[in-house]
Design a protein around this ligand. Sequence first.
Ligand code: AHR
Length: 666
Amino acid sequence: MKKKYLVLLVVIGLLTTDAIIMAQNTLTIDATQAKYRINRNIYGHFSEHLGHCIYEGLWVGENSPIPNKNGLRTDVVDALKNLQIPALRWPGGCFADEYHWRDGIGPANQRPTMINTNWGGVTEDNSFGTHEFMELCRQLDCEPYISGNLGSGTVQEMSQWVEYVNSDNVSPMTDLRKANGQEKSWGVKFWGIGNESWGCGGNMRPEYYSDLANQYGNFLRNYGSNSLDKIAVGPNGDDYNWTDVVMREMGPSIWGLSLHYYTWANGGETATNVTEENWFGMLQKTLKMEELVSKHSEVMDKYDPGRSVSLVVDEWGAWYTVEPGTNPGFLYQQNTIRDALITGINLNIFHNHCSRVRMAAVAQVVNVLQAVVLTDAEKMLLTPTYHVFDMYKVHQDALMVPSDLKCNNYEYNNSSIPALSVSSSIDKDGKMHVSICNLNPNKEEKLSCLLNGFDAKTISGTIITSTELNSHNTFEKPSEVGIEPFSNFKLKGGSIDVTVPAHSVITLEILGDFKAKAANKIDTKSLKQGIRYSRYEGLWNRIPDFSSMIPAGSGIEKNFVFPKGMPLSNFGLEYSGYFEAKADGLYDFYLTSDDGAKLIIDGEDAIIHDGLHGMTERQGTVFLSKGLHTISLPFFQAGGGSGLKLHYKQPSGNKSDIPDELLWHK
Ligand code: AHR
């Protein structure tokens, strides 16, 4: 064959191979289907009295030579602040079910000690307690999440902890708090009722746990506006029966159900001991999280079809054999590029399931398991896991954009897993972010992304990758793995071609126009202020189909309030009209009702808070373009207490009443 034909054939061959590879990986990102907000609490962390997480990692005490503010080390707090960590879980873990909070208040030198039987059998001096934890959350500007002791405590002990922390009444507990230097209640929202009650928290059956947790939960009170979001102990990995029983027995009274799932390494394998075999194995085990959140959600749907109970993945991450020479009870491990992939995959899964997963916590924040920060005396380093949290923080509170990925497999030893993992969102400024992980350690992947409902104009990118499969940061070389600029992408027409290097995590920032669902083309001139209501009589335990009934009366109210003269029980109301969005953006709505209610915007369910229940709040988010949107709110009252409130938070505003001027009817 003549040389020039050979060259031509080779070129055609290369082009065709390239085109085939391109065709294999496609991602369709559909902004027109975006509905749910990625709750920032998915980016939560976990701090337990375990090894050097609290002591040395976070708390060094005021007299330490390590720079600190009120005893909390400044370098670590600053690093965590940069991550905008939204929520922090404390004091455990297994430790929580042995912790007696009253041992951790008052003058530090008078606090009793205890043995930390779960973690190394060391003496805990209780110098870090409730006040110190609240100071940490204040410095981090994050939501505290306290796990109460159900395993070895009492109902009174847990109930008084809530009173100590949240009440502003005159009472022995609030006097005690004031005597310890804290005048005003802190207002802690998130309370866990025990931890791993199927294991270290008491070896219970789900039936027994549910009865006990219902009893404890009943005495965890709301004080004034400090209302609680209670989180029940959920399943261990794939224990779907646990979820079923706890949802059946506790569903209406809890805000969240926890799920614990770790990516376990085989015995003897440390974090830096990376072979292709255990690389594949660890990523394969991480992908199991997809199945777990899908199937637990499905079980929860049985009792909670409106998805008002959140799945709280409050312990996740890689668990290796500890670093040689360290205390096995302290769970200290290094962190490599493989852990960056484990982080990206888990966060992508949580984003894509954000209609159910509204909170999570990686285990743990400093010096324990898959930590974001490691310390050694006065030294500190940021792990590859830290850098993924940093890169991904743009997704916090953004609108999740559903995507459909068709990709190659990464094959190893006759097994295969998808080579790519992705998620995308649009933030409050209308910027789209697409995060992509390439799980394949050997091969780059070409990905063609098609955008629907979003006109891309310019793109920039960042990447976390490495030279070796066990690349990691050390105190001597703290910058081996970090965030670098990334530009191997091309925008053409409505699509973006990206070349994703082997073993990498990428985030693209895409600027352009989000074509959100248009508002109704109605002029307020053709409308009147106020909202229309129809009143019904009857006894229901779920919202009935009011459209098939004849109303007993109707009228107009300025807002979502009960019309005058409503009876105490057995009635229904259906409000309908228009809500005026003053600007494009994400709107949060908060529906509080006793009994069931539902918020429907532009014909779609925004919040379902159905069934018989007390005056509890449920939240939903919708992206609204400026203008008028249909709004309706069916509600029913059976017996007992009754009430209805609708609040909202407009883009870049605070939670408030909906002003009367924004409600219209024809
Ligand atoms: O994160 C370490 C431990 O793992 C926690 O204390 C416990 O809840 C889990 O088993």
